[in-house]
Design a binder for this molecule. Structure first.
Ligand code: PMV
Length: 358
């Protein structure tokens, strides 16, 4: 019997939350305690490229991340693979003479190769791009008919924030009510063209891997922080409504106020955890404080906000400028105060949108 290989390659950008997800109500299905909203970056920066291949010659499922083989035995990978396989359809490639029936997918094995063009697990949401890309490329390979929202519920089981990377533009992850997670999905609020004046700058302060994983961090926060329930029940629902409104009407002052406040509250909740979670070391903390006070002063002196900042579970600052002019000024200030070091890890600035500023 002739052997063959069928392959699909996909590319998925990462996303940055402007209303943060922090805390799960169900750990194995990855169901959150609040809605969240993010912006998906341009695919030319911070993205994952994944090639998935199937062949009757493969003896078991295997995966390589950045060229190194990793284990697929973890529950998160297994959940994604199982969910996708169960939705596979017939596939036919006439040119190659390949025919795969729906039922064959259960017995065929996969090889998966994935590359991140940015530091993995340094709080730059590498798992978001990674799982979104894995689920999307497998869905294409196996001719899965579900739409992106339905696929988002599968990517969610790999990494919560991954569900938001299946769409461009601004995306909302609806927490959902069902215990089985079927309504905990991502929806697109507006596409990438809606607010294309925005420029996103990412100051990569450190590409070292973070010490507290988001999974254990969230668990500790939910178990010990009195503040997190107040956040999830009283604060975020209102912010989500206001944020959606700000995005739809391109109201930058409201957008910036909400983004900065939500980032600060997320870090407050981490500090409210026992023992407290710090996502910064000495150097990055100093830089973060400088960046925050610089942005706050700048916004006040202009009378209306020009820049928003947000920090995820890592030291890298994400800055969102209202337009290219502001972004160029911001970049100059950052480069002046934190000139790039010989160490490529420190102080490199990634421009996360279509515009080229450097
Ligand atoms: O999806 P995870 O487990 O990597 O968690 C992401 C958590 C934050 O990045 C801090 C917030 C978010 O909403 O992306």
């Amino acid at each position: 019997k002739k052997s063959w290989v069928l392959m699909v390659t996909a590319q998925t950008p990462t996303n940055i939350a402007v209303i943060k997800y922090w805390g799960k109500r169900d750990e194995s299905l990855i169901l959150p305690i609040n809605d969240s909203i993010s912006v998906t970056l341009d695919p030319s920066h911070l993205c994952t490229t994944t090639t998935v291949a199937v062949s009757p010659g493969f003896t078991h499922d295997r995966m390589w991340l950045n060229g190194k083989e990793i284990s697929l035995s973890g529950g998160r990978y297994q959940n994604c693979l199982r969910e996708i396989r169960s939705r596979a359809s017939d596939v036919e490639d006439e040119k190659k003479g390949i025919k795969i029936a729906k039922k064959d997918w259960e017995n065929l094995h996969l090889h998966i190769a994935s590359y991140n063009n940015f530091p993995t697990a340094a709080g730059l949401a590498s798992s978001a791009a990674g799982f979104a890309c894995l689920v999307y490329s497998l869905a294409k390979l196996m001719n899965v008919k579900e739409d992106n929202s339905q696929l988002s519920a599968i990517a969610r089981q790999g990494s919560g924030s991954a569900c938001r990377s299946l769409y461009g533009g601004f995306v909302k992850w609806i927490m959902g009510k069902d215990d089985n997670g079927s309504d905990s999905i991502a929806v697109q609020l507006v596409d990438e063209k809606h607010w294309d004046e925005l420029v996103i700058l990412i100051a990569v302060v450190s590409s070292r891997q973070k010490e507290t994983s988001s999974t254990s961090g969230m668990r500790e926060t939910v178990e010990t922080s009195p503040l997190v329930l107040h956040r999830a029940k009283e604060v975020v629902p209102k912010r989500v409504v206001e944020m959606e409104e700000a995005i739809k009407s391109r109201n930058f002052p409201a957008f910036a106020r909400l983004t900065c406040s939500d980032s600060n509250q997320f870090h407050a909740v981490c500090l409210d955890t026992s023992p407290p979670i710090f996502y910064m070391n000495d150097t990055s903390h100093r830089q973060a404080i400088w960046i925050i006070s610089c942005v706050e002063k700048w916004n006040r002196s202009e009378g209306t906000p020009q820049v928003a900042y947000t920090f995820d579970a890592g030291p890298n600052a994400v800055l969102i400028a209202r337009n290219r002019k502001v972004a160029a000024l911001l970049l100059q200030r950052l480069l002046f105060h934190f000139p790039p070091q010989s160490d490529a890890d420190l102080n490199s600035y990634i421009v996360g949108d279509k515009s080229v500023l450097m």
